[in-house]
Design a binder for this molecule. Structure first.
Ligand SMILES: [Zn+2]
Length: 165
């Protein structure tokens, strides 16, 4: 059985895309679907290309490096699995690949968690828009993994910003 924070992870049998995505994560690879027609990478996982509607795609491994594009701070966890963590951030990571493409406002953005070296949520004081991050993977067991992100220690490209405390 696969689980995350004590909660069973079930992938529907008619959802091979998400299953393969989580299996790649278990192998330490962050993969995204790449359209075989227009060659755009995309996320979230789905059947059709949002740019050209083609149903033909293949997995493409990406670096897992990116920047926190935005974030929200959950002050009162609504799921029991997060009870022990109290407040935690949900981050939107813009990957380095395909930034500002196909338009200046586009990018590959993943919703994820920001965790420390032990895999626990980083405190709010360490979550900043503009901070550089890199992917890491939680082991869910039974051949599945979950991409998450940690601060990479790289200098930000511009100014960083966070909610006033
Ligand atoms: Zn396409």
């Amino acid at each position: 059985m696969s689980e995350y924070l004590g909660v069973e992870v079930n992938i529907a049998s008619n959802d091979p895309e998400h299953l393969e995505w989580l299996q790649a994560a278990a192998e330490g690879r962050l993969v995204l679907q790449q359209c075989e027609a227009c060659r755009h990478l995309r996320y979230p996982v789905g059947n059709a290309c949002p740019f050209c509607t083609s149903l033909d795609w293949e997995w493409s491994e990406v670096s897992g490096k990116g920047t926190i594009y935005s974030y929200g701070q959950v002050m009162h966890p609504i799921h029991p699995a997060y009870r022990e963590h109290g407040s935690y951030a949900i981050i939107l990571v813009e990957l380095d690949e395909q930034r500002e493409y196909p338009t200046a406002d586009d990018g590959l953005r993943l919703i994820s968690s920001l965790v420390d070296a032990e895999g626990n949520p980083e405190p709010e004081s360490r979550v900043q828009i503009g901070a550089r991050v890199e992917v890491e993977f939680a082991d869910l067991g039974d051949g599945l993994g979950l991409p998450r992100f940690r601060l990479s220690g790289e200098a930000p490209e511009g100014e960083v910003w966070s909610l006033p405390s």
